[in-house]
Design a protein around this ligand. Structure first.
Ligand code: MLT
Length: 312
């Protein structure tokens, strides 16, 4: 009997699918401390995680029986891939399953930060009816700069074109044909995107190259009062620098779903009224979680049985 441990919330449908397999034992253990997890992991053939559990060298040293890591989601930045490869551990993820939800949340943060929705809501909550200081910015006719024209960047593009935005993008890893397909102007340099955009959103994976990709000097190159969104990974825009740029008025507003220190709610952005923050909710819809839960269960089951796995 192969054993799987699930350490973060995946949908009931995904768990049910795992539990329906007669040759598998499934333990859902969402409240284990790191020490407890490291103590228990030698029992398991597979682990399913989201973005909080760190699968690193320390973890692999304890995971002596591990054959499969399932990442219920898109990115694999919390999983040290080299450590898995050298031990013959298969890593699978679900790159397509939550992208619509991530794109929609990006747009939600764009709209709410450009229209001061949260600040206004707080005012109403304190029984104040006052429109002063709440004037927003219309998106129609503005230029949206997308850093990373992958799956989510593509979905954001078509949706924001429907809002009447002109979309430009910077992505040195994407073929010209994709820019053409989406009717997006290709920026040859990041600076070109920074200079031309009224709103900037980032959709890159978190890597050494993309961490702190946008720093204070970059905000200085933008149009004064640029609006920004980060629904990808904390720290792609350096947090301290973004906070400074907001305080100085270089950046007018920020919609932020991801923080450097998550799951701890620690960030200089939290106290700024120009920011709308959510706790990594991009993929948190019923639909996305059902898709992800089922997809990751199917992949982990297949990988444990030695079958072909699409996202390995
Ligand atoms: C993803 O990478 O798809 C998300 O971060 C998944 C999650 O919400 O945990």
């Amino acid at each position: 009997m192969k054993k799987i441990i699930v350490t973060e919330k995946i949908s009931d449908k995904g768990v049910a699918l795992l539990k329906a397999q007669k040759d598998l034992q499934v333990d859902v253990e969402m409240n284990l401390s790191r020490e407890e997890l490291l103590k228990r992991i030698p029992e398991y053939d597979a682990i399913i995680v989201r973005s909080v559990t760190k699968i690193n060298e320390e973890f692999y040293k304890h995971a002596t029986n591990l054959k499969v890591v399932g990442r219920a989601g898109n990115g694999v930045d919390n999983i040290q891939m080299e450590g898995a490869t050298k031990r013959g551990i298969i890593v699978v993820n679900t790159p397509e399953s939550n992208i619509v939800s991530a794109a929609e949340h990006t747009i939600g943060l764009m709209l709410s930060s450009c229209r001061n929705t949260v600040k206004a809501h707080k005012m109403i909550e304190s029984r104040v009816w006052n429109r002063d200081g709440l004037k927003g910015m219309e998106l129609m006719g503005k230029t949206l700069g997308i850093i990373g024209l992958g799956r989510i960047g593509g979905l954001v593009t078509t949706r924001m074109q429907a809002f009447g935005m002109k979309v430009i993008a910077y992505d040195p890893y994407i073929a010209d044909a994709r820019f053409k397909k989406y009717n997006v102007k290709k920026c040859e340099t990041l600076d070109e995107l920074l200079k031309e955009s009224d709103v900037i959103t980032i959709h890159t994976p978190k890597t050494e190259e993309t961490m702190n990709m946008i720093t204070y000097k970059d905000w200085q190159k933008c149009k004064k009062g640029v609006r920004v969104v980060n629904c990808a990974r904390g720290g792609l825009y350096n947090e301290q620098d973004l906070a400074k740029a907001i305080r100085e008025g270089l950046v007018a507003s920020a919609g932020v779903d991801v923080l450097v220190d998550e799951p701890k709610p620690i960030s200089p952005l939290i106290d700024l009224p120009q920011c709308v923050l959510t706790p990594h909710l991009g993929a948190d819809t019923q639909e996305a979680q059902d898709n992800v839960g089922i997809a990751i269960a199917e992949e982990v089951i297949a990988a444990l049985r030695g079958e072909m796995v699409p996202n390995a």
